[in-house]
Design a protein around this ligand. Structure first.
Ligand SMILES: Cc1cc2nc3c(=O)[nH]c(=O)nc-3n(C[C@H](O)[C@H](O)[C@H](O)COP(=O)(O)OP(=O)(O)OC[C@H]3O[C@@H](n4cnc5c(N)ncnc54)[C@H](O)[C@@H]3O)c2cc1C
Length: 447
């Protein structure tokens, strides 16, 4: 492997953000006559899809309580739809099925989706919700549901296939992607704080602009960039100092090894991705014991690439100091951050709570395949897209990001000198200014 000694644009990370930025930037450079994909180098310490993008459930939805997130997601759905085949994207739609404590939040999401022209249907009330769900699945039996938001766009994509599709599009534009090249430190300019070179395990690469798309490794790169470990956050009229910039949550996902075709709608179609939150008590489908009487949530879809019905539940917070969290080995290879029996009992029982077809299926859960993985979150659990040290664009999606294929397009636009209104609400300065995103009643930190 020959590693170039210099590049105009150095992108760290071949996940959704690094690849999407590279592909779109290459197109824009060519279209404006300012360069081409040959000006862009992606380095990844492992390979394409080695991070969170390669293990993600792959759900693409608009359902966000935060207006800025919704507008950004609508833009990303346009990008998924622009080349569904290459992105291995399945536009089956998405449903948020909710209890009373979330009804008003979800109703407002629906209203605002109408305002931005994002097609969806809102079903209000317990009886109407049960009727709507039974119209789709005659074995529907979830309790405690008083509203349903049915997004007609969105759905899911196949994690690794979509990354390889995106990588092929970037390479076709002349972008170079180097695997096994790890950034170990940065070289800072003598007169300014700008980065002049990446020091890697394969030598020094001088560069003019750096894009960071390293997913759960962002804390490490942030430290190498000598950015603040703690920050000041203004929220609800209070100012908190010394708030850790990064924290980890562990995502819990898995696959029920049933024939994916067993989960179809009454009319034989593949269903939308279902996300169910409810405060109805959840009992184990294994032994009838109470699992929880607090609000809980799951999501699921039939997925041939996972070989069954795949999905997840709420993540748990990793309480360790972020510098001590072992991000490597990542995902299914981690000895620490993969799901265990509690998740299997909870998620399979929750599936059975929602639909009769899943009752008694827990023994088919794919225990032989490790699943789950770390995500790295900001203080308000929403992304930071911003320029640091004059020439380092950090794309830190706070684990929202597989669905955000469009962010790379907007970042490319900003690198070309055009500010993006859609990215503006995600600047780092919002923490100090107190311009945080509103929070919802969902049990998930990302809704
Ligand atoms: C289990 C799980 C399920 C998820 N499901 C969904 C979902 O359904 N929908 C959704 O929208 N989001 C989902 N997410 C979140 C989503 O996957 C991430 O937010 C997104 O993939 C992050 O993309 P990225 O490009 O920033 O980073 P990644 O995809 O993690 O890629 C980062 C890359 O950087 C490389 N790298 C790291 N450090 C260095 C270094 N020093 N030098 C060189 N290379 C380096 C890594 O090898 C890696 O390939 C899920 C996350 C997890 C963990």
């Amino acid at each position: 492997m020959t590693v170039p000694q210099a590049t105009k644009y150095a992108i760290i990370g071949a996940g959704i953000h690094g690849l999407s930025t590279a592909f779109h930037l290459a197109q824009m450079l060519k279209a404006t006559g300012k360069g081409s994909g040959a000006d862009i180098l992606i380095v990844d310490k492992t390979a394409v899809a080695a991070g969170a993008s390669g293990i993600a459930c792959g759900v693409v939805r608009n359902n966000y309580f935060q207006p800025a997130m919704r507008e950004l997601m609508a833009h990303s759905v346009d990008v998924w739809e622009s080349d569904a085949k290459a992105y291995s994207y399945h536009p089956v739609g998405y449903m948020q099925i909710s209890p009373e404590c979330m009804r008003e939040d979800v109703a407002s999401i629906y209203e605002q989706q109408q305002a931005i022209g994002y097609e969806s249907v809102f079903i209000d009330g317990a009886e109407a919700s049960a009727r709507y769900m039974k119209g789709l699945f005659d074995d529907w039996q979830a309790q405690g549901i008083t509203s349903v938001l049915h997004e007609k766009r969105g759905g899911y994509a196949n994690n690794k296939a979509s990354m390889h599709g995106l990588a092929a599009k970037a390479e076709a534009e002349g972008v170079r992607i180097l695997s096994g090249v790890e950034v170990q430190s940065f070289e800072f300019g003598s007169n300014s704080g700008a980065i002049t070179a990446l020091n890697t395990n394969h030598g020094r690469i001088a560069c003019e602009t750096v894009v960071v798309g390293v997913g759960p490794w962002v804390n490490k790169i942030w430290n190498l960039l000598e950015l603040p470990k703690t920050i000041t956050v203004k929220a609800n009229g209070k100012v908190r100092s010394d708030v850790p910039m990064w924290k980890f949550w562990c995502l819990e996902e898995g696959t029920l090894g049933v024939d994916p075709t067993m989960h179809r709608t009454n009319d034989g179609r593949f269903p939308p991705v279902l996300h169910v939150d409810t405060d109805a008590p959840l009992y184990s489908d294994r032994d009838g014991k109470l699992i929880t009487d607090k609000i809980w949530g799951i999501y699921y879809k039939p997925d041939f690439s996972f070989g069954g019905v795949q999905g997840g539940a709420s993540p748990y917070k990793v309480e360790q100091d972020p510098d001590q969290v072992a991000v490597d080995p990542y995902g299914p290879d981690s000895p620490e951050f993969v799901v265990g029996e509690d998740f299997i009992d909870m998620w399979c029982s929750a599936l059975a709570h929602c639909q009769k077809r899943f009752e008694g299926q827990m023994p088919l859960y794919k225990r032989e395949e490790n699943s789950g993985g770390l995500g790295c979150f900001t203080p308000d659990n929403f992304p930071v897209f911003d320029l640091f040290r004059e020439n380092v664009y950090v794309i830190a999606d706070s684990n929202h990001g597989y669905k955000m294929i469009g962010v790379g397009k907007l970042v490319a636009q900003e690198l070309m000198g055009e500010k993006s209104a859609l990215l503006e609400p995600f600047r780092f300065a919002r923490f100090a200014k107190g311009e945080l995103h509103p929070t919802s009643h969902s049990p998930f930190p990302w809704s």
